[in-house]
Write a protein that binds this ligand. Structure first.
Ligand code: SF4
Ligand code: SF4
Length: 359
């Protein structure tokens, strides 16, 4: 899941990934502006024009670097609605594996801003334009998103599609995957989860209990995990580790979690005002500018203990970060993504020999 990167950056990331007890992954929701009206998401209904200045975002990125973060996911709202997004991506990509999310409406217009991103994820939820546009609440969302994927691919920018698996599209996810894999486009999934946190000030909310998206067919979900596990053996462009797929399968089969949540340990989120939370379902607990000191505070220690026994969500990214939020987890990802990583290392003239020479 890594885009073209310099040798220096590749080595620096390798070193950070092998240093234990770090917050490896951060999701920064850079803006609360959004041009879509997705069903169930409250971001577009509660937009906020306030956001951190470019300089403050850069200062925050410097702090993340000091903390040892290796991957930053820039999301929103739609992060590409920020006029300074190119400058932010360029700065972030010097130090971090930098992933940028778009709902498919902006990427084709912001190609030059995206050139430094390691990875651009375009969210598309169905192979059927009208079904996708219904979920997104915007006409032509599907057409524009597919056009954006093609344009990024033509421009040599690392792009993937990112469907949110829900009851609404569960039975077509395999076809969806095959459709994009046959076009040489990787797939990274999200998993629909309604938020039922009781924290009053959670960063944003998605879904309602028993809405049309909540997964009710557990058997189909288990079968889908099996099919993706089999497909993954033949195609390295499914950007899910087998460990993650096995954990999701087990969850739908038995209702049991094989992982402990590592929010505020190995990952955390930052909102558009620079507030830090373990995940978007919980209240902000610090400002990015309070880190790194707050990171080692008793307050954070006690929150880590609470979050590690929390079972309030099944968001795929948080499960992924929890399962792979350790040195051995990072090595597992590196091993599974080696075929993808190989082509980037080739671009940067990386060989095991010159890695040894750099030491
Ligand atoms: S899900 Fe994403 S694209 Fe859709 S309204 Fe919410 S923030 Fe915007
Ligand atoms: S399980 Fe983890 S990521 Fe999910 S709500 Fe609880 S603390 Fe947040």
């Amino acid at each position: 899941m890594w885009g073209a990167m310099s040798l220096e950056k590749a080595i620096s990331i390798a070193v950070r990934s092998l240093t234990p007890n770090r917050p490896y992954h951060v999701q920064w929701m850079l803006t609360r502006k959004c041009n879509f009206h997705c069903k169930g998401c409250n971001v577009w209904q509660e937009q906020d024009v306030r956001e951190l200045s470019t300089e403050k975002v850069k200062r925050g990125l410097d702090i993340l670097r000091k903390l040892g973060v290796m991957e930053v996911v820039l999301s929103g709202g739609n992060p590409l609605l920020r006029e300074d997004i190119g400058e932010i991506i360029e700065y972030a990509s010097k130090f971090f594996i930098t992933t940028v999310y778009d709902n498919g409406s902006m990427a084709a217009k912001k190609i030059d801003d995206l050139r430094h991103a390691d990875f651009v994820a375009i969210s598309i939820d169905s192979l059927h334009p009208e079904k996708n546009d219904y979920v997104r609440g915007v006409k032509n969302a599907w057409k524009n998103a597919v056009r954006a994927v093609e344009k990024l691919q033509e421009e040599g920018i690392s792009v993937s599609v990112s469907p949110t698996i829900s009851q609404f599209n569960l039975y077509e996810i395999l076809d969806f995957t095959n459709y994009f894999l046959s076009r040489n486009i990787p797939v990274w999934y999200c998993l629909y989860s309604y938020d039922f946190s009781s924290d009053p000030d959670q960063i944003f909310k998605i879904g309602k209990k028993n809405d049309e998206f909540a997964i009710t067919d557990n058997k189909a979900m288990v079968e889908l995990c099996d099919s993706l596990l089999a497909l993954k053996k033949r195609n390295s462009k499914i950007f899910m580790t087998s460990k993650l797929l096995a954990a999701i399968k087990n969850l739908y089969l038995t209702g049991k979690r094989t992982w402990k949540c590592r929010a505020l340990q190995n990952f955390f989120v930052i909102d558009h005002l620079g507030r830090v939370a373990g995940c978007h379902l919980h209240n902000p607990v610090a400002s990015i500018f309070d880190l790194p000191d707050a990171w080692t505070s008793p307050k954070f220690e006690s929150l880590r203990r609470i979050y590690s026994s929390c079972t309030s969500c099944t968001y795929m990214c948080y499960i992924f970060y929890s399962i792979h939020g350790s040195v051995s987890g990072n090595l597992h990802v590196a091993k599974e993504q080696w075929k993808n990583a190989g082509r980037f290392f080739k671009k940067s003239n990386f060989t095991p020999l010159n890695l040894a020479e750099q030491r």
